[in-house]
Design a binder for this molecule. Structure first.
Ligand code: FAD
Length: 299
């Protein structure tokens, strides 16, 4: 069916935004500006990633705790199983609970050395499903997990990958957020396969706006996301035209979201890369508008 350009006429879209913890004071400033820009869109939650090997443990914690303390937004902390014992991970989760954080994005994570195979740490959680089960024993967190419409590179086949997702949901996860993808049918096929496999938890598409086509191509190669040939053509010649590139990126992501909306998707998770404007523009094109604190649409 043809989708209206401003999809959210019914005000029924929920968005969430993902950030990474800032490395420098300048990056911290950019992050807070981004949070301020995006918070009037009333996100369901904003989440903060956890660096490979727990390298951002402090920074992730500080960022999430600050969001929880200083803003009315629900803050979610990503947590991985890499290079830590169960006791260490449980201690981090307990600190989050004490800081008022009620939502964890539970992940296995990747080894700090790019391309290395994940090894279950001695005394650690062996995968995301085990982490979810561990968190469930600690506190009644809301828990999100990762899902892979194009199959995780470590998985022998899509059926095994769906089995793995089902184990995470059965262990107590509330929703799955997908790896990024660029064709709406990729998501629809995955959603259908998950439903057929008896997975009834909410599956939220992860939307990656293209800030840099070269970077997206590199990330896609690592995580198994297909970059359609037409995308290379779309971004051709834009390397030296950042403003035009942003317009193209916003149009492309909004078009993907519009097609997903036409296929009954109402939740969207944006990989913001700590830059608000692209995600804000995409939400605007979708019809998502600022609300005041009472939940009324702002004038
Ligand atoms: P799992 O679900 O545990 O497993 C991944 C794959 O391993 C499965 O598909 C399955 O094929 C295989 N597998 C696992 N257990 C078994 C088993 N018992 N038997 C057979 N096969 C098994 N990474 C970070 O480091 N920090 C982040 O903050 C972060 N945030 C993310 C957010 C989202 C929304 C997504 C989609 C990914 C994120 N990642 C992050 C990347 C993620 O850590 C990697 O994709 C990682 O390789 C897999 O993590 P997972 O939680 O999906 O793992």
């Amino acid at each position: 069916p043809a989708a209206p350009l401003f999809a959210d006429v019914a005000g029924d879209i929920d968005v969430s935004f993902e950030f990474f913890p800032p490395k420098t004071e300048k990056m911290e400033e950019t992050l807070w500006e981004s949070i301020q820009t995006l918070s009037p869109l009333n996100p369901r939650f904003v989440s903060v990633t956890y660096g490979a090997g727990g390298t951002t443990r402090e920074r992730t914690h500080n960022t999430v705790a600050r969001i929880a303390r200083e803003t009315p937004i629900v803050a979610a902390a990503h947590l991985t199983c890499v290079e830590a014992t169960r006791e260490e991970i449980d201690a981090v989760a307990n600190e989050y609970w004490a800081a008022g954080v009620r939502h964890i994005v539970a992940l296995r994570g990747d080894p700090p050395t790019a391309g290395a195979k994940f090894q279950s740490p001695v005394g650690g959680y062996e995968n995301a499903a085990a982490l979810v089960a561990g968190l469930r024993k600690l506190h009644p967190f809301e828990i999100s997990v990762a899902a892979y419409p194009e199959c995780h590179p470590d998985s022998p086949d899509p059926i095994a990958d769906l089995d793995n997702l089902r184990r995470k949901i059965d262990a107590g996860a509330n929703r799955a957020i997908t790896q990024f993808f660029f064709e709406p049918d990729t998501f629809f096929r995955f959603r259908d396969a998950a439903a057929k496999a008896g997975i009834d938890a909410e599956i939220v598409p992860g939307i990656m706006p293209v800030m840099s086509f070269a970077a997206v191509r590199k990330m896609s190669a690592m995580c198994g996301t297909d970059v359609p040939a037409w995308m290379a053509r779309l971004f051709e010649g834009l390397d030296d035209h950042p403003a035009a590139r942003q317009l193209v990126a916003a149009t492309l992501a909004a078009e993907l979201c519009r097609k997903l909306y036409a296929g009954d998707v109402r939740q969207f998770h944006f990989y913001t890369l700590n830059r608000a404007e692209l995600s804000y523009a995409i939400c605007h094109l979708l019809g998502v508008r600022p609300t005041d604190l009472t939940g009324e649409k702002a004038a």
